[in-house]
Design a binder for this molecule. Sequence first.
Ligand code: FES
Length: 566
Amino acid sequence: MVDKKRGMYKNLTSYGDNGFSIFLRKAFIKGLGYTEEMLDRPIIGITNTYSDYNPCHGNVPDLIKSIKSGILSSGAIPLEFPTITVHESFAHPTSMYLRNLMSIDTEEMLRAQPMDACVLIGGCDKTVPAQLMGAFSTDLPVIQLVTGPMLTGSHRGERVGACTDCRGYWAKFRADEIDQEEINEVNNQLVPTVGTCGVMGTASTMALITEALGLMISNGACAPAVSAERKRIAEQTGKIAVKIAAEDFRPSKYLSIKNFQNALTVLSAIGGSTNGIVHLTAIAGRLGIDINLDDFDKMTKDTPMIVDLKPSGSGYMEDLFKSGGLPRILVNLKSYLHLDAQTVTGETIGELIESYKYNWDQNIIRTTKNPIFEKGSIAVLKGNLAPGSAIIKQSAASKDLLLHEGIVEVFENLDDLAKRIDSEDLNVTKDSVLLLRNIGPIGAPGMPEAGLIPIPKKLARQGVKDMVRISDGRMSGTASGTIVLHVCPEAAVGGTLNIVKSGDVIRLDVINRKIELLLSDEEIELRKLNKPLKKKSNRRGYNKLFYDEVLQADQGVDFQFLRPIE
Ligand code: FES
């Protein structure tokens, strides 16, 4: 007996005659060779995010084959469809500008087309958050698959991988420590296979916290993109998709604040990317769950960082996979987690933890008694420079700069930075504070990952490796340094950042979670009055939508109109 509320019968095209709508739909899809029997099965959609512009998703066609095997063997019909895909290095001005567009695309395709569940294939940084944001807004049963991390390469005997090493070698080149020939040579080795960046960057962070959130099969985050295990995970994901379709197991049936708190705990414990906070805030926001940064700081202040991966540590994702992946991290973090949080497979996190057995030695996943970084890998800062909030990844910062007072050199925007940063006349010493503004959600636009302001060449040549750097932008999860990011409100909407002048003094005090511009409140207000904001009105298309609707970093840089109606 065919269920006429499911499969092909869902989301009928409006012709005013449902009988005709299904008749026509079947006629067209039979053009692809399907039989009537197949078309009576439940439908599992698969988002195809392959693109020649996205090497991190180079294995998607193979994964789709495996997912389809899992779906067909479980009695449903797989239907793949394309959505936008976004790669970090192929998106102008920055991939974050397009994340919400990808979420809209994903949401509307999930809504418009007939499917009882969907497998989301993401990987590169913004793709997983975009997919979860869109899917959660539809509340369709979904399961996430990631493309998996790339393998590491080798350069003159040294193990290398994107993209912490990309930045390390580029810094050496800027400091004249290596020549043009060597920088060209290493360029061939940094990305030796398809897959996502092989360190604890944003892609790895999002994969791990999505598994912790409960949206992925157990141990689905870490298997390398080119491994047989990655294909087995894809097949298993297809099977689970059929199960959640049959049970109509929607995110709203099992996700709660506890799942998100587990994800935040894992984010802190893995030394994850600062971008993870922005994305999790936006994803939770689609379910009407408020992630408050003050609560995040309180909750994770005592969470030890236990995963030894670059940029905070030394290993790569393939090492984490061999060491036990997220399941082993969860075992070690057991006392910090909500064990009754449910996952997409129907099991609770506690039940999964009980099922894991790890008895071999490894040195990538530490115990909480022997952490890489004692507690709070990411700290939330407040103060007159960031009345909303700002964040710093202290686990990847220089310890001696976590309490620092310095004279500021202001860069007005990215053009100003490019023009002056390497000038011999730049008025800076190793103790200066570099401040870059107008790279926030509205300022740039899209909050580019330019928060890792390069060390001025004249200081780099003297051997300076790190300085306090502050901006309203983001930083790649693969980067490190004493970098204060996501300053809210941003300069472009009149935040204090907008009135700082070169020569002012800023005090950073991470232990006490403070970031202060050493000026009186009166002086700050006076400067704000004397510096009105310029408004640009000649915008159109997505660019206009972005400027009109984008929220600040502490609200996940989502669009206001995409959040649930109150
Ligand atoms: Fe795609 Fe790093 S560029 S994951």
